[in-house]
Every structure is written in C-alpha cells, then in structure tokens.
Design a protein. Structure first.
Length: 555
C-alpha cells in the first residue's frame, strides 16, 4: 500500500522493514531502487508493469510499491532487509532495470552523506566540534533573527494570527514534546509519519549525532512568540517562530542530518501532497541529485505547494534538493548581515536568511528541554518557510491557488521572494549568496504579479548526467577543464554522452562522496600515471561497481 495520507502505511509496516540507521554509522548504504514508468497507463496497470519489470530484470524477491502522487514513481526493496544490495552492487541492478524498454528511468537509492557532514569526509574545514564556537555578540537577543528580517512588522500586516491556517510539512528527525512546539492545536502529529522506523508516530528518539534537530528547526518555524507562551507547561520565554500561528506536520525521515536518504524524503513529500500541505520546509539534503526527488517535488509544485530547502553546511556546493530548479535554496546569514562562513554557496542559492547563532529549541535525551543558539542553513530555510506562511496567509491560500494554478504559485512566490522580499547589504555577492537577505515586510507587501510567471521546469532525467551538471562538483575549476576530464574518462568527447548515460549516476555518487576521487580525477601530467592513493583505492573497492572500475582510466 502506498503512503497516501495520514492513514497510509509504509512498506516497513508490512514486514519489509529496512535496518535502522546506526547512530554512528555514516557510511553510504544501499536501500534498493527507485524507478519510473509511464504514468499514462493508470495506477493499476503501471503498478503491474513496474512489478513485472523488476521480476524480469533483478534476482531475488523484491517488493515494488507506488508513490501515490508522483506520477508513475515506484520504490523497489528486497523483502528481506538483510539482503539489501551492497552499494557497489546496486549500480549494476539499477542499470539493468534502467535498460528495460518499459522503464522511463531507474536509479539506485543510496543513503549518502547529509547536508551537515563530517568535514573530513568533504575535504573542507568545518565548524568546531559540537558547535562550541563563540556566538556573535549581536545575537544575544532571542528575537534578533526575527528583527533582522522584519518578521515582527510582517506579523502586523497579516489579518488574524500570523501564519494561521497554513500547514507546513516538515521532513526532519521528528518531533519531541518540547514546550516550544508541543501545542496540540498546531503540532499535527496525527497527520505525520515516521519513514525511518516505519510507524505512524514520528517522535524523535533523540539518538544519533544530531538529536532533536527536527524539534530545533520546527521551533524556528512555528514556536509561539516568547512573550505569549506556548503550550500548557511552557514558561513563556525563549524561542519565537517566524510563523507563530502556523500548523506543522512532523515527518521523520532521518535520525540525523549527517546522513540523507532521498528515498525516504521522496516518500515524505508524496505524503505531504496527499494531506494537502501548503509548504514543505526541508532542513536537510545530500550532495548528489536524484530523479526521484525531482519527480516528486515537481508533483508537489504542480499541486501549488511551496518547496524550500537548506543550501547545506560545509559542502563546497549547494546540496540537493535545494539545488533543484523548482526549490527555493536558502543560505545562512548572521546578525552582522554577513554570510555564515560554513554556508554552502553558489549560483543555485536563491536567498539568505539568519542561520548563524539563531535561537532554537534544544531537546536532549531524558527530557531536558531548553533553548540555545545554534548555526546552520537548517535554521535559515526554517525562517524563510515561516515568511512563506505569512505570505500565504496575507493573500489567502485559496485566492492564490485560483490566481496562480499549479506550479505557477511556487514560481510567483520565488519571483517576489528574490525581488521585493530580499534586501541587499553593501558588498553582497549575488552570484554566490542569492538575491539578498530575507525582508519579510517587502515580501508580504509586494504587489502580486498580474499573471503567473513561467513555472520553473525541473531538469530532465537526462540532464542529471550531463557535463554541465557534473561541473558543479568542481566549483574552483574551469568548466572547460572539467569537461575535458570527463572526455578523458569516456575516451573521447564524442563518446562522452553514452558514457555518462551509462555511468553518470554512479560517477556522481563517487564525485560527491570522495574528495580523494575528485582530486585524483583532475590530476594531469606524469602524476596521472601513478597508482591512485590508498583513499581512492579503498573508496572504489567499497562502493564502485566492477564495471565502472574496469571502465575508469588510470587515476
């Protein structure tokens, strides 16, 4: 049974439970496959076709289930969790399914490094361990991030409670009963789901390397004003959310943002479509693209849902899904109107918002609930999600959907957000950090466009594996130089398209997850003839298919 709403059932509830993500295990792991067939066949016929394709192409016993709202999108998992293919073996399975004439595309579903990775695995210097860097003095006031973006003034411009009636889907690590978010009138636990453990209640067990991340980001979105109090039992102080009257639906897709499953996120987005959410706020992501996310987020946009995502922390490029054309990508700024030094940057960023030293709810094991400052693009996107809720509430959700049907509504929002909704401090680098810093008053008072702007079209499936897409893994290198390297991999420029069609998915994975592989790939001259480093050899041995290892030239 596909997940289609609050009464939906995940595959893991039907005896197909995947192994729980180990708290400290950050190594990439396979979850199975995602595939698409022609949705014009109708749900029943398409499901029969997808199941027949998997039975004909893959060995073993597989369960194939449809995502209800994503137009011919399916997940395929081994029925016995212990038999999920190893990462190095899943690429060949995906290529075999992809080659079937009745399949539009198939891809490997792999748990990958998350948007807040171990800096050593990325090849960059990251925040100090535990985030113990000294906060900026100007961040001492709990509502500085709201004042910086003029959110309190925007509250007064909305008829009724700020963000009231707007529903924000929140895929993250789940929720806790922290007083900052536990208001039962607005924390819609009954509409949520746990896609990590396969259960209806998405409560965060507070284990792993980022316990309570979902509670923290939720508080930045929907916590009541500090001077108004929160749920019964709150102390009336601490965090103030960007949309203090909005409703939030917790969707647990991870035990920590240091790792990322695009399969689980796709399921959660499909669920959000089914319960008719208004906004999907994603304080998570991963370093390489997924057709599944493109397709399901495209379906969300077609239903008028605004999709927003964190640009990523530490990574030298913007992560997915923030990088996708139909998603608003948010970088992190600070109380000095500068950019947080660890925020991902690049041409894919749309806007910045406070993300350094932001006050948020802190949930710790054994029921310790406090508030403290923290940093990350997670909080920046949560702030923009709150502003989006104010915008929808001011103009009226139904009125906007009538005026801008389907994907025209997210496109109209992006146009106003990156125009009147952004203020540009002196010296702001728009090429790396987006249009500016969020200005909530400018956003909610901007005149609506007379006609809907052209909706952003997500890249095609083929567009994922083009030289242009792979170039972003080398932000400091010239694009022509990267393309020459790809041609060298393929043997010639003429052979590059066919090479990337066959190996592009797997190649993107290795480029995204191994700094040593990226460095070895770009070597030139006599050094290129040397044996690859131990790190490259170990990575390829663990995660590369035998076919790709054979196809790679000496690194």
């Amino acid at each position: 049974m596909a997940v289609s709403g609050p009464k939906g059932m995940s595959m893991s509830e039907k005896g197909i439970r995947l192994p729980a993500t180990a708290d400290e295990d950050l190594t990439p792991r396979s979850e199975g496959l995602m595939l698409a067939v022609d949705p014009a066949l109708g749900a029943a016929a398409a499901t029969r076709l997808a199941r027949r394709v998997i039975a004909e192409t893959l060995p073993g016993d597989w369960a194939v289930e449809r995502l209800a709202h994503a137009g011919g999108l399916y997940q395929a998992l081994r029925r016995q969790p212990s038999l999920q293919p190893l990462v190095r073996g899943v690429w060949d399975l995906a290529r075999r399914a992809d080659a079937h004439p009745d399949v539009v595309w198939a891809e490997a579903a792999v748990i990958q490094p998350g948007h807040d990775p171990d800096p050593g695995r990325v090849g960059r210097r990251g925040p100090r361990s535990g985030g113990r860097s000294r906060p900026l003095p100007c961040s001492a006031a709990p509502e500085w991030s709201l004042d910086n973006t003029r959110l309190p003034e925007a509250f007064d411009l909305v008829d009724g409670p700020p963000g009231g009636g707007i529903v924000v889907a929140h895929p993250d690590t789940g929720y806790t009963i922290h007083p900052e978010i536990r208001d039962p009138r607005r924390l819609a636990v009954g509409l949520g789901h746990d896609f990590e453990a396969g259960r209806r209640d998405p409560r965060d067990p507070l284990r792993g390397r980022s316990p309570g991340h979902g509670t923290a980001t939720a508080s930045v979105i929907m916590s009541a004003r500090g001077d108004e109090g929160n749920a019964e039992g709150g102390d009336g102080s601490g965090v103030s959310g960007a949309a203090p009257a909005a409703t939030l639906v917790p969707l647990r897709v991870s035990s920590g943002v240091v790792h990322f499953s695009f399969r689980r996120l796709a399921l959660a987005i499909d669920h959000a479509i089914g319960i008719d959410c208004d906004i999907i706020s994603m304080s998570l992501g991963g370093p390489f693209a997924s057709r599944s996310l493109e397709q399901v987020l495209g379906a969300a946009a077609a239903n008028g849902i605004l999709g927003l995502a964190a640009a990523g922390n530490v990574w030298p490029w913007v992560v997915h899904p923030a990088r996708l054309a139909g998603v608003v990508a948010v970088a992190a700024s600070n109380c000095r109107d500068g950019i947080w030094r660890h925020s991902a940057a690049g041409e894919a960023v749309d806007i910045a918002a406070p993300g350094q030293d932001v006050w948020r709810a802190l949930a710790e094991p054994r029921g310790r609930y406090t508030e403290a400052r923290s940093s990350g693009t997670s909080y920046a996107v949560a702030t923009v999600a709150g502003a989006a809720a104010l915008w929808l509430a001011r103009h009226g959700r139904e009125r906007l959907r009538r005026s801008y049907p389907g994907a025209a509504l997210p496109a109209a929002f992006r146009q106003l957000l990156t125009g009147a909704g952004a203020r540009r401090p002196p010296g702001w680098d728009t090429a790396r950090h987006g249009a500016g810093i969020l200005d909530a008053v400018g956003l909610v008072t901007a005149a609506l466009p007379r006609r809907g702007p052209s909706a952003a079209r997500p890249p095609s499936a083929a567009g994922i594996n083009t030289p242009a897409e792979l170039t972003h893994f080398f932000p400091a290198r010239d694009a022509d130089d990267v393309e020459a390297t790809l041609a060298r991999l393929a043997g010639s420029k003429a052979d590059m398209s066919a090479y990337l069609t066959r190996y592009g998915d797997e190649l993107r994975f290795h480029l995204a997850t191994s700094p040593a592989f990226r460095a070895a790939l770009m070597r030139r001259g006599p050094r290129a003839a040397r044996r690859p480093s131990g790190a490259v050899q170990q990575h390829l041995a663990r995660y590369a298919s035998p076919e790709l290892r054979e196809a790679l030239p000496p690194l």
